[in-house]
Design a protein around this ligand. Structure first.
Ligand code: ADP
Ligand code: MG
Length: 403
């Protein structure tokens, strides 16, 4: 049982305040075929959206099975919309690139029903609306009346307690309109159908009750319902909305595949970025490696040599330069020449302890191995090598005797 109590719905835009529903109170039976009539702009669509939980309102209450929805959370509204309400629109709202079977099946994916069961129920729903032999067609291959029947099958597949139809015959000629009305009357046998129409003839012919709206107010009701005065059917248990992970995954994949062009462009644009970054990294890496190699080769040509005795050549040289530039004697002064002799240099000669240096290097002292390419040792030993053939004389090969 569904009841609107003093619903006020106002649309407020920047410079306009439009009262779409002005204190509307109306209750519906569990199964009847209600036609909502009224001029364009009288609030019919708004009322349907409020009943379907698609629209909020400023004041009043929507009472479902005797329970107020004032404390409904988003999740409760989702469950209400998905499990208890079926929608049919004037413009069918079918997904153009999917077959009508998939279109109908899709409505079940939110109910956590298995794939096989979905297909079976979709087939049954399409049979019910007389479209069993068209299940493989796309919406564009159907007539308007057939598309609206697909939309009704889709709305019915969840077995909703309430079917809401907003001008379902608005885009149909009178012959196909009759087919759709027949179907809706049949559907209304065991559930509440609320249909908005601006065709009073069809309404009077098919509906069991006619509610008329004008300027957001109910101005006529052919068969008013006062809750509590008639027998009420027991409420169905509340079903929750859920979707399996695989279903969600395959739906997203299908969705991507239906927009192949866009998916491709996005992937392409994305890969340009990734390839670009990869190319820059590769280039930087290569340049670094090249610089390191060049450094190594350059330094390799000038090995660091440590000899047994070392002489401080720089101090010897600077001393000589100093001596050359020493002051010339002038009047009344004695010139001073700094003298440095070879004897000084020899005195300054230092001796390196190469044996312990070698032991230090061999033991990877100071982690030397990670800083050098090779360590070479020279010994002050000259091998005396002679030719083995002594028939002509003894010929010494090393050290070379030619000079
Ligand atoms: P009907 O379906 O009977 O033609 P509606 O319920 O769609 O009428 O609209 C009722 C009134 O509310 C109209 O005056 C309309 O202009 C206004 N209205 C509907 N939707 C909106 C909206 N989203 N924003 C502002 N005004 C709206
Ligand atoms: Mg409308």
């Amino acid at each position: 049982m569904l009841e609107l109590r003093n619903i006020v719905k106002i649309y407020e835009t920047a410079n306009l305040r439009q009262v779409a529903l002005n204190d509307v109170s109306v209750a519906f039976r569990d199964s009847e075929f209600v036609a909502v009539l009224g001029q364009s702009g009288s609030g019919k669509t708004t009322m349907l959206n409020v009943v379907g939980g698609l629209d909020r309102f400023q004041s009043g209450d929507l009472v479902i099975d005797g329970i107020s929805t004032k404390d409904y959370k988003a999740r409760d509204w989702d469950a209400y919309r998905n499990n208890r309400i079926g929608f049919v629109f004037q413009s069918y709202n079918l997904i153009p690139h999917q077959t009508i079977l998939s279109n109908v099946e899709l409505a079940l994916t939110l109910s956590g029903v298995s794939r096989g069961e979905r297909r079976k129920r979709a087939m049954e729903a399409l049979e019910r609306v007389g479209l069993a032999e068209h299940v493989g067609k796309k919406p564009s291959q159907l007539s308007g009346g057939q598309m609206q029947r697909v939309a009704i099958a889709r709305a019915l597949i969840n077995d909703p307690e309430i079917l809401l139809a907003d001008e379902p015959t608005g885009a149909l000629d009178s012959k196909t309109s009759v087919q759709v009305m027949d179907l809706l009357r049949d559907v209304a046998q065991d559930r509440l159908v609320i249909m908005v129409t601006h065709n009073p003839e069809l309404a009077h012919q098919y509906a069991t009750r006619i509610v008329e709206l004008a300027d957001g107010e109910v101005i006529a009701d052919s068969r008013p319902f006062v809750p509590g005065t008639e027998e009420v059917r027991e409420a169905k248990p509340v079903r929750r909305t859920s979707m399996g992970f695989l279903t969600a995954l395959s739906l997203s994949f299908n969705n991507l595949m239906t927009k192949k062009g866009r998916t491709l462009m996005t992937s392409f644009a994305g890969s340009i970025g990734i390839i670009g970054i990869a190319a820059i990294l590769a280039l930087a890496n290569g340049t670094n490696a090249y610089i390191a190699q060049t450094e190594e080769e350059t330094l390799g040509a000038y090995p660091l040599t440590i000899q047994k005795s070392g002489m401080d050549m720089s101090s010897a040289l600077s001393a000589q330069v100093e001596a050359a530039s020493s002051e010339k004697p002038s009047d009344g002064k004695v010139g001073v020449s700094k003298l440095r002799t070879l004897a000084d240099d020899i005195r300054d000669t230092k001796t390196n302890d190469l044996a312990s240096l070698k032991a230090f290097l061999d033991g990877n002292g100071g982690k030397v191995n990670s800083y050098v390419n090779a360590i070479e040792y020279d010994y002050d030993v000259t091998p005396q090598i002679f030719q083995a053939d002594t028939s002509k004389d003894n010929i010494q090969v090393s050290p070379d005797q030619a000079m």
